[in-house]
Design a protein around this ligand. Structure first.
Ligand code: ATP
Ligand code: MG
Length: 418
């Protein structure tokens, strides 16, 4: 029975095996080792696209329903809600299952093997503060693997997989801390390099905070006010004004919530806000975004702005490209502003790293190496928040997007799963 290692990420998914103890990643689309965790139900072609093809169809303006960040919905009541997609009634577990089934198909086509079992990554905590929801998230994911056609699925903490993949970056006896900052969660594993191939895992910990939260914060700070968030709305009866309610704007700034905004109630609420708005120009943009289903286009623009603002100083001032709202329009995104805005989130990540050390009752000064993986570990604010807490540790950058799947692939071949 062959086992496929799968890192089902909030933003990116990867799969791999390790036939001779060497991780071999499977090209899930074209030559790419990672596949954006996104689907597009194409209304015209009547098919589900995934990965880059899904995002291309969205950005090309094809008719259909796009979804990204599905992992964030695991454990919530939304997972079991059925919706009509391409003439089928599907819940979100079905959608995740279909995504995983396509990963399975592609892995089988690429290797000529059949995978009846999966070794899947999981964040240490899907939901930081809610045990019941956290347990439900794992059950939801387990069910999705079953519906995808896997007879068996085992789970491994994502940062523990990254520790295994990066163990050779440590000298024998060294203490390492994996810092895996992804799209949806931040995960940590403290471990000691044993000398041979073994590692000793001392503690793992995680919180529900990642790059999509950075996107949300930047969107709420920079983009949503331009759509009327926080602006005055006149009362429909009598004098006076109140502020536009935040809920629509918060959801519009949140990757996984965007598809839920395109129903008639939200559109009606937005039209009402426009009718009584003190700043009708701004609320007219909100109405346009909902009518033309531009929520994801905006989210992509914010994410791209975030990545540009994080790049080296000296280049032109970063901007968010909002040309979908108005031709050639941009919003400035000064680097200093981004740093200040994201620092509180980076501090939460730093504190979670400290909690990991407290769980093992080890002093942060004892850590020899920080091993950075996950796309959001590339953020300067994250690096700063970690360096100040572990001043003695050397920084080692693992493969940002593939360290976890490499560890899962290794472990799937070693058969040392617990
Ligand atoms: N060059 C970069 N600079 C800053 N952030 C980046 C960069 N490249 C990718 N990211 C961010 O990294 C995140 C995706 O990272 P990754 O693929 O590790 O997450 P994931 O594994 O899918 O999520 P998770 O592990 O939380 O479920 C996104 O939020 C993305 O915007
Ligand atoms: Mg990840």
């Amino acid at each position: 029975m062959a086992t496929l290692g799968i890192d089902f990420g909030t933003s990116n998914t990867a799969a791999g095996i390790a036939p001779d103890g060497v991780p071999r990643l499977i090209a899930l689309e074209a030559d790419a080792q990672t596949l954006p965790t996104a689907v597009f139900f194409d209304a015209e072609a009547k098919e589900m696209l995934l990965g880059a093809a899904a995002s291309e169809a969205l950005l090309a303006g094809a008719e259909g329903r796009y979804m990204r960040g599905l992992k964030s919905l695991l454990g919530t009541s939304l997972m079991r809600e059925k919706r009509l997609l391409l003439a089928e009634r599907l819940d979100f577990i079905d959608i995740v299952a279909r995504f995983l089934a396509r990963v399975k198909d592609r892995a089988e086509a690429a290797t000529g093997q059949q995978f009846t079992a999966a070794l899947s990554g999981r964040p240490v905590r899907f939901h930081s503060a809610n045990d019941r929801r956290d347990a439900q998230a794992l059950e939801d994911l387990r069910e999705a693997y079953a519906r995808a056609g896997f007879d068996r699925v085992d789970f491994m903490n994502e940062p523990e997989a990254a520790a295994l993949a990066n163990r050779q970056a440590l000298r024998p006896g060294d203490l390492g801390l994996v810092v895996d900052i992804g799209g949806g969660t931040s995960d940590f594993t403290l471990f000691r390099q044993g000398g041979t191939d073994e590692i000793d895992i001392l503690a793992s910990y995680g919180i529900r905070l990642g790059g999509t939260d950075f996107d949300r914060s930047l969107s709420i700070g920079r983009v949503m006010p331009q759509l009327g968030m926080g602006s005055e709305i006149r009362h429909s009866f009598g004098d006076g004004t109140h502020l536009a309610p935040n809920a629509i704007f918060n959801d519009l700034a949140t990757w996984a919530k965007i598809p839920f905004l395109y129903g008639p109630e939200t559109r009606r609420a937005a039209a009402d806000l426009l009718k009584y708005a003190e700043h009708p120009k701004r609320l007219a943009r909100l109405v346009k975004v909902l009518d033309e289903e531009l929520g994801h286009d905006l989210a992509f623009a914010v994410e791209a702005g975030k990545i540009r603002a994080n790049e080296a100083e000296g280049e032109a001032e970063p901007v968010i490209d909002v040309s979908m709202l108005k031709p050639r329009a941009t919003l400035p995104l000064p680097r200093d502003w981004v740093r200040k805005r994201l620092d509180p989130l980076a501090q939460q990540i730093g504190m979670a790293a400290e909690t990991t050390l407290q769980k093992a009752e080890i002093d942060p000064a004892a850590v020899d190496r920080l091993i950075f993986v996950g796309g959001s570990s590339l953020m300067q604010v994250v690096e700063a928040a970690l360096r100040e807490r572990f001043p003695r540790a050397e920084l080692h950058r693992g493969a940002a997007l593939t360290a976890i799947v490499e560890g899962l692939a290794l472990c799937s071949s070693m058969d040392v799963r617990g």
